[in-house]
Design a protein around this ligand. Sequence first.
Ligand SMILES: [Fe+2]
Length: 504
Amino acid sequence: MTGLSRRTALRLAALWLAAHQIGGVSLAAVDVRSDPFTLGVASGDPQPDGFVLWTRLIGLEAVGAAVRWEVASDERFTRIVRRGTSVASPALGHSVHVEVTGLLPDRAYFYRFRVGGAASGVGRVRTAPHPDARLASARFAVACCQQWEHGWFNAYRDLVAQDPRLVLFLGDYIYERRSGAAPFVREFGAPQPTDLASYRARHALYKSDADLQAAHAACAWAVTWDDHEVSNDYAGATPSDPESDAIFRARRAGAYQAYFEHMPIRPSALMTQGETRLYRTLGLGQLADLHVLDGRQYRDALACPGAPIRGGRALSDCAELNADRTFLGRAQENWIASAYGARAVAWDVIANPALFDPVDLALEDRPTHWSDFWDGYPVAQARMQSVFADKPDARALILTGDLHSWWAFETPPAADAPRTATEFVFGSLASRPPRASLFGDDIQRRNPHLRHMNLEGTGYGLVDLSLTDAVIQLRIMDATNPKISTAVTRTKFTVDRVTASVST
Ligand SMILES: [Fe+2]
């Protein structure tokens, strides 16, 4: 171990363990014949005085390591403003989550890690503005749904070139299994994960992608998950696959821990009893509050499920839909009801993993709704609409993933109700688009609040907020030549803050 005595390292480990309560760890000198930083670096959840830094060491086996970190105000690290040491423990997959504080608001910083004689790559991150700052504008990017086998992640090259201050990731960061038919651009090379070790391996595979690593190094991310971080269409503690609830609970706990180990989220997010707390608010001065939702962990089981697969499906006749069921869980519902509109900001941005707006899929003569969306929880959906309606001075901008296609809504749907929100659904970064047959031909006529629908193309979204409007660009890749890493703005929307109306 270079530059750190064994006694000092053990003392640091004891302190760290006292704070984290995760069992024994023994530190050893790190053999750096191979690079321990091959999974890259990341930052997340910027605050006015700091952020979370992340890395995960590879190749350490059963021992821990003391990892030094540095934050500088310049890229060459001539002005180091914070430094410290953190223990990478085998109990948490040798992941490192550093909560840096004491920095200046709305400033760019650079960071890196060292262990033994090895140094990580350099990451860049910007602190959030002061809560009272009259920030005139802010750009962030929105991404979701990256099926490893379906596509390359080269859209991230275009995303980095657009210089967002933040990437908002809306879920399906990993996929647990193959879907669709060949050809695939690359392979998982492993079966569906079932426990902590195999979910760790899947996340590590993802983090080996150079474009994804570059996007993490370029700016902070704020992440939430959807279903594929664990298993397709699961709901709370209920799997959609025909496996026992007990087996699924153990599998979900492993998947949640592996997710924590690979994401730049706060150490306090890792709760006891298999919970990982993802719902939270991030501020952007007086311009916006960004509320990140978790739509999977606490929801009730899907209504009127099929058998043996209990996943999402179109429902037209299901009495269970009228029952008082929850999509967010009661605690998260109470949290968003008080967090929404709590500050006098121009926008309350909602990072929302599954479609919020009611949509009649137009598959039958009578209304049909998809059970895995908020539509499968209409009582909770109405409660959320009330949260928006009860604070008419606030303005919700709902940003949604999951659909692998591009949609825009003005909400609520009722023409005579005051408009409170707009919702934009962003297509996948790499996952294949859905079959058009999932939606009836009549869908736009049956859903007049649906302002845009495009089932083609992969890419990401760019959001430019100002105090008066929000400009949303759908950046879509050229599918005919996947080697081209430049996206084009296929559609550009402007949302008026006062009227919550969408124009192109
Ligand atoms: Fe997805």
